[in-house]
Design a protein around this ligand. Structure first.
Ligand code: NAD
Length: 294
């Protein structure tokens, strides 16, 4: 059986790698965090020791890393995946933007490069119900990659153009982040007028206002005031900036995206670098004269 490499075993990478192991695949893994590696080794993976070892020893390598700069370095850098030998297939599951996907495909003509960002959060990664938006060469997708992606979620093939999956993902994340912003605004108004927040969410989820924030984020992380949904505000800001840059480059104005970007920047200022993106609600509440620490 082909040995699969997996680089980046964080909140999303660990459960995705775990699902490949559960399906019986042999996995070689690496992460800068020794604890993250140990967790997967306990499940049956082998430690690679370096990103370079993944490229040397694996036919297929997946990455699930925080930012485009980290992915670029991890793939093309001096000790990166492609420094000592290259895999036949490289599949980036990170949200890293279309420009990086184009850059990697151009830099690695002998490698079948795929961009395959995912959506559905930690829970979706654990239950293998995440959507996976894929761009890359059709032949290798059908022959090799699709069956592997079907183990970790539901793949949607967006086309051969490098970055096609990333573009789809940026669209999705704009809608997800705007849903949080507008839900925070509506909730702040209702609370200020004396409505009960839990009752409001119950009503919205039975009405046309329902969205991913009213359905998932408020019940799990905002109503209980835990602000721990599992997606960092810093990563959400990265996604929004990637989208805004791309949109500006192709002449598409996105005023709602600009507002969400501002909310995320203020969330990080207020809550610090570890903030979860659901803490946008606190920024909106404060502006409305409510006490976010209530
Ligand atoms: P995370 O910060 O939990 O995990 C990233 C992992 O990468 C960490 O274990 C870290 O130690 C490791 N890492 C960082 N630099 C490294 C390097 N140079 N070499 C090896 N390992 C390195 O992040 P996450 O939430 O798992 O997100 C990963 C990607 O998935 C991001 O691009 C994010 O935007 C995207 N994403 C996240 C979610 C979510 O709900 N968390 C949902 C969809 C997509």
């Amino acid at each position: 059986m082909t040995v699969i490499g997996f680089l980046g075993l964080g909140r999303m990478g660990a459960p995705m790698a775990g699902n490949l192991l559960k399906a019986g695949h042999r996995l070689l893994v690496h992460d800068v965090s020794a604890d993250a590696v140990a967790t997967l080794v306990a499940q049956g993976a082998k430690p690679a020791g370096s990103a370079a070892a993944l490229g040397e020893q694996c036919a297929v390598v997946f990455t699930s890393l925080p930012t485009p700069a980290i992915v670029r370095e991890a793939v093309l850098g001096a000790d990166g995946i492609c420094s000592a030998g290259s895999p036949a297939i490289l599949c980036d599951l990170s949200t890293s933007g279309p420009q990086l996907a184009v850059e990697l495909a151009a830099a690695l003509p002998a490698v079948a490069c795929f961009d395959a960002p995912v959506s559905g959060g930690i829970k979706g990664a654990e239950t293998a119900t995440i959507s996976i938006m894929v761009g890359g060469p059709a032949a290798q997708y059908e022959s090799t990659l699709r069956p592997l992606l079907e183990v970790i979620g539901k793949p949607f093939y967006m086309g051969e153009t490098p970055g096609a999956g990333q573009t789809m993902k940026l669209v999705n994340n704009l809608l997800g982040a705007v849903a949080i912003g507008v839900t925070a605004e509506g909730m702040a108004f209702g609370i200020k007028q004396g409505l009960d927040p839990a009752k409001m969410i119950e009503v919205l989820n039975q009405s046309t206002g329902i969205n991913s924030a009213t359905r998932d984020k408020w019940p799990k992380s905002v109503l209980p005031r835990t602000f721990d949904f599992g997606f960092a505000a810093a990563l959400s800001l990265k996604d929004t900036k990637l989208l805004m840059d791309e949109a500006e480059a192709v002449g598409v104005p996105l005023p709602l995206g600009r507002i969400v970007q501002d909310y995320l920047e203020r969330t990080l200022e207020r809550e610090g670098p570890g903030a979860d993106f659901t803490a946008i609600a606190k920024v909106v509440e404060e502006a409305a004269g409510l006490d976010p620490e209530r």
